[in-house]
Ligand binder design. Structure first.
Ligand SMILES: Cc1cc2nc3c(=O)[nH]c(=O)nc-3n(C[C@H](O)[C@H](O)[C@H](O)COP(=O)(O)OP(=O)(O)OC[C@H]3O[C@@H](n4cnc5c(N)ncnc54)[C@H](O)[C@@H]3O)c2cc1C
Length: 380
């Protein structure tokens, strides 16, 4: 069977790998002229690592990243509000949570794909499907045909816009800067990632191994694409987070403006369906979530592994496999989108009274509640 995949992000590459391993022909079309190194880190939950194992790349990805064994939730002074030893969830599963540079993950996935399957500089403008197959049209005037098309073209998916024009990304109410830097000199404990919640915003620190550290900073803003934050430079971030505990000012001091990526946090309200005959929505195109649970890329990888399973269960009927994918993936991803959005709301509180109340609750939150909240992620 032959598939067109639109988009070569983590989701598109993982899906190409899953289908290639089943013996299918894949052609991946990516709008960008080059797969550039994306200067940020990503945390893959143990559930995503299990899915990568199903794709046969677990060992290679694991070797390129650094396990995360505990997540500390701190206030802006560095006082612990809550501490989760993630091994309680991950050890029974047999996989680690892993922090990895996005470029390293992309490289591993690409290395396992057949040469020539990736077509760069191909921006899909529209598609049409008939009883015989799907035709994709690209901005350069070319087209491609195959029996099936898989959309992995991200939160602003052109494919989804054609199918469900009303489903537009929604702003979550906060904006985010992130960077990956060399910070061996700070000697941060490996395996421990932290998030510090203060009234001024939220700051996350994730060691990536070999001295590299991925950091992110979120600030609430009623207005999306706020010109004030668009103009923010590193010096502004340093001023904004100056009252935060060590090593936050030190990490910002080690960063240069060129190392910083900025963007509003957006997600997608749960869709009514992912399967549209010969066309399937996957990854952020189907269920983009806020990053608060560190699950967006993980869910894109789970999609790839699940699609492979559904195709194996329906070897002679791909549209039935797409329907099964929709039934199995929509409830889980819907739950993550909703829970992650709520978590973001709590994390970004600014009112002093609510912040005090929230911090008091977080300090007293028993480990069992955390375990219950997270258990479903690792259950399937
Ligand atoms: C600040 C932040 C932090 C995050 N942290 C985490 C984390 O720790 N853990 C985690 O699991 N997830 C995290 N995520 C989410 C994660 O990055 C995404 O869920 C994941 O990258 C989605 O992958 P994707 O392949 O579906 O989409 P994308 O990565 O968006 O890839 C889509 C690809 O399609 C291409 N494309 C777009 N339109 C077209 C077109 N018309 N024609 C052809 N190609 C096209 C794009 O160029 C792109 O390469 C985070 C997200 C953000 C914003």
């Amino acid at each position: 069977m032959e598939f067109l995949i639109i988009g070569a992000g983590i989701g598109g590459l993982a899906t190409a790998l899953a289908l290639h391993q089943l013996g299918h022909q894949v052609r991946v079309f990516e709008a960008a002229a080059a797969l550039r190194e994306i200067g940020a880190g990503v945390v893959l939950g143990a559930n995503a690592m299990r899915a990568l194992d199903h794709l046969g790349v677990h060992a290679a990805v694991r070797a390129a990243g650094s396990p995360v064994t505990s997540i500390g939730l701190l206030d802006e002074h560095g006082q612990v509000l809550n501490d989760v030893d993630t091994r309680a969830f991950t050890e029974p599963l047999g996989y680690d949570n892993l922090a990895i540079h996005r470029a390293d993950l992309q490289r591993v996935l690409l290395e396992h794909l057949p040469v020539g399957c990736l077509h760069l500089g191909k921006s899909l403008t529209s598609f049409e499907q008939s009883a015989a197959g799907v035709t994709a049209h690209f901005a350069d005037g070319t087209q491609a045909q195959a029996p099936y098309l898989i959309a992995a073209d991200g939160i602003r998916s052109r494919v989804r816009q054609q199918l469900l024009p009303a489903a537009q990304p929604r702003y979550a109410g906060y904006t985010c800067w992130r960077g990956v830097i060399e910070a061996a000199a700070l000697g941060l404990p490996p395996g421990r990632s932290t998030e510090s919640w203060g009234r001024a915003g939220r700051f996350g620190v994730v060691p990536l191994g070999t001295g590299q550290v991925y950091w992110f900073a979120c600030i609430s803003s009623a207005e999306p694409q706020n010109p004030r934050y668009r103009a923010f430079r590193l010096a502004d971030l340093q001023r904004h987070f100056a009252g935060f505990h060590r090593p936050i000012p030190e990490l910002l001091a080690l960063t240069t403006d060129e190392q910083v990526l900025w963007g509003d946090i957006i997600d997608l309200a749960p869709l009514p369906r992912f399967d549209f005959g010969r066309v399937l929505l996957t990854g952020d195109a189907a269920h983009a979530t806020t990053p608060n649970m560190g699950q967006g890329a993980g869910q894109a990888v789970e999609d790839a592994a699940m699609l492979a399973r559904c195709l194996q269960e329906h070897p002679a009927d791909t549209t039935a496999a797409f329907r099964l994918f929709d039934q199995r993936r929509r409830p889980r991803t819907t739950r993550i989108v909703r829970q992650s959005r709520q978590l973001g709301w709590v994390a970004q509180l600014r009112h002093p009274l609510l912040v005090t109340l929230r911090n008091a609750v977080m300090r007293r939150l028993p480990a069992a509640v955390n375990t219950r909240q997270m258990a479903f992620l690792y259950a399937e």
